[in-house]
Design a protein around this ligand. Sequence first.
Ligand code: HXC
Length: 510
Amino acid sequence: MKDILSELEDRREAARLGGGQRRVDSQHAKGKLTARERIMLLVDEGSFEEFDMFVTHRCTDFGMEASKPAGDGVITGWGTINGRQVYVYAQDFTVLGGSVSATHAQKICKIMDMAMQNGAPVIGINDSGGARIQEGVDSLAGYGEIFERNVRASGVVPQISLIMGPCAGGAVYSPAMTDFIFMVKDSSYMFVTGPDVVKTVTNEVVSAEELGGATTHTRKSSVADGAFENDVEAIAEVRRLFDFLPLNNMQKPPMRPFFDDPSRVEESLDTLVPVNPNTPYDMKELILKIADEGDFFEIQEDYAKNIITGYIRLEGQTVGVVANQPMVLAGCLDIDSSRKAARFVRFCDCFDIPILSLVDVPGFLPGTSQEYAGVIKHGAKLLYAYGEATVPKVTVITRKAYGGAYVVMSSKHLRGDFNYAWPTSEIAVMGAKGATEIIHRADAGNPEKIAQHTADYEERFANPFVAAERGFIDEVIMPQSTRRRVSRAFASLRTKKTHVPWKKHDNIPL
Ligand code: HXC
């Protein structure tokens, strides 16, 4: 009996060694943790329950039957993050380069199925040479099975991808279909075709880091939602994000104990908006002053900085924030910011996370580059996302809300529940100067008259009261009381119910 028990321990020990000490050392030398170390950091201590530790590949080509490492290059199972259940897989680069065989894929599919069945998120840690070359189409089939599950799980359980090594070819499409992608600087990359193929086909010379590193994907392509210095920081931040999210689409996000007075008055907000309407100010200051304990988890911080997206808590409840940033491009909407915010709004809506919109938007960015690249279709994404969202929606206009952008940014007309404006708001079809130049074109040669017309227009329209008179703004509020007003608004909306007519699914302009 003892022999049998010790055989189990021996087998476990061998499986835990992965590809052996030499390869583990090589992984560490690259500044990367092993798959097992990553999981141990990600989940609560002692909470990890492993599945399929002894699964091996079934390939008999190219001499593969001679080596059948236990686990087949991926560690799968479940654990908890601050006590809440999560399913996890981590590809083990020390075993055949973490490459995906038929059985490797089966292991991932098994925990994805369990996650769906039990209503818990999936976190995938990617570090893989891609399709197991010796297995050919069996490997491709495995990827296909994972992709299909990514689609089915979308909007049912949150899916988070960590990229912590190579992720190339069709393999990128599993993370691409998850809700969030986080990368590690200098040790991870994602691309559909690597630098060698790029050189052959287009004659461009580019390094793997330049082509698909964390900086590229968080600043240029927007494929990734965040970039971190190393594995430890990335995992710690994913744990932080996880605490904001619900486990599935049938549950509310977790309520956290809070130690910050919801009625906290912030007098400094009364002077946040500068006297000159063209002077920028930092919208992040407002977000941090509204949030419980000033805690803000930003998504896509380095991309389309003219809009800010991320999570805060109000009275312990998760709230998604979308805010125009006057410091960048005057906070205007353009293709990139519309896409960024639309995806964020849709995530919040499918997982029942209320949305707070902070508005200071002078309109859409003009120009041929925007029009040729389809700002109509991309801008419509954000309009559509806000219009379809049925979660509680609270909006605060701090300054400009002009033209179409006014409507887009969670206006009353898109079923905003509470639409507040600061006294500094200017809700109008456009800025006073532009409006005057159009409606008083005949006086274009007379600067004095134009100045008078502009002043008249400002007097009449550069305020929140025209909109408030029509009920498009529910209340003009003191900036210092914003946290209290917004917290109370969301508290009143906790029981919100809306009716959505049956449809198979919508047809958002993609
Ligand atoms: C089998 C693989 C492998 C793979 C790596 N290995 N990738 N084995 N299939 N795809 C093995 C290596 O043979 C090696 O084994 C070990 O993993 C570590 O690899 P190294 O090359 O030594 O590591 P490194 O120098 O860090 O280079 C990493 C790498 C390189 C850049 C990822 O291994 C590489 O280019 N691999 C091939 C990538 C590829 O072409 N994959 C298929 C893409 S197509 P030993 O025994 O020496 O330690 C694809 C399609 C997916 O993925 C489609 C989905 C629909």
